[in-house]
Design a protein. Structure first.
Length: 247
């Protein structure tokens, strides 16, 4: 979380963040709010307000945060003593955080996703951006990020107009002035287009075919494939539908 947003919380709720000036050895909150994105700021702000209002109303001993962090895509808060009501507030905020994008704060299509070994909660738009940023590092030849963004933006716009993927790829090549091999490498590495006949496509087909379709919905299957293979929701849906159409 940005330093300025953390400072707002520290100044607005000095009692809750009383331990912020301690060393990290004395209290984990000394490291600050350990959340990478800014999307949960409003949730944390509302939670702090509710907790402090409850303490002030019932004249309880001031509770202090020992640690505030993201863990496995969920907001986690540890305090210096337990209180059933406050613990309930913290649990509810943690539960809600699982449906709120950690980056932008949107709750539209937000859910847990795994990127580069990290499990975080992101909306579809931020999930794609994070995946692009991570996967771009793996592209053979270290294509410049400017070219990566240019290709992904052009391909996305082409796909909106052109449902045929092959034609969208050709259009992207024309718009970016890059050859087809470079464009396909970027799209494949970013997880927006799994190359036909590739090892990943075979793995996805095997995975989908192995599942018991009576125990999982198509939407759940699309999310699971996207999560497991770190590909975009749109590409996951295309591949799942392709496999199921042949069953």
């Amino acid at each position: 979380m940005k330093a300025e947003l953390q400072e707002k919380l520290f100044q607005k709720y000095p009692g809750l963040f009383k331990q912020k000036d301690l060393s990290a050895k004395e209290s984990a909150i000394g490291r600050g709010v350990e959340i990478e994105g800014n999307g949960w700021y409003w949730l944390l702000d509302k939670l702090c307000g509710c907790i402090q209002e409850y303490i002030d109303c019932y004249k309880f001993k001031q509770i202090e945060f020992v640690q505030v962090k993201e863990k496995l895509g969920r907001l986690c808060i540890y305090t210096n003593y337990e209180n059933d009501i406050i613990d309930g507030m913290v649990w509810l905020a943690g539960h809600l955080s699982r449906q709120i994008c950690e980056c932008c704060g949107s709750n539209e299509d937000a859910g847990k996703t795994q990127i580069g070994g990290r499990i975080i909660t992101l909306c579809e738009a931020c999930r794609d951006k994070e995946a692009y940023a991570f996967k771009a590092k793996q592209i053979k030849g270290e294509v410049a990020m400017t070219e990566v963004h240019m290709v992904l933006r052009s391909f996305s716009e082409s796909r909106k107009r052109q449902p045929d993927i092959e034609k969208a790829v050709v259009e992207t090549c024309q718009n970016t002035k890059l050859d087809k091999e470079e464009v396909l490498a970027i799209l494949d590495a970013a997880g927006v287009y799994v190359l036909p006949g590739s090892e990943m496509e075979c793995s996805i087909k095997d995975f989908v075919s192995s599942l018991d379709r009576t125990k999982i919905t198509i939407d759940e299957l699309v999310r699971e494939v996207g999560f497991r293979f770190v590909i975009s929701d749109k590409e996951s849906k295309r591949l799942v539908e392709s496999v199921l159409s042949k069953v």
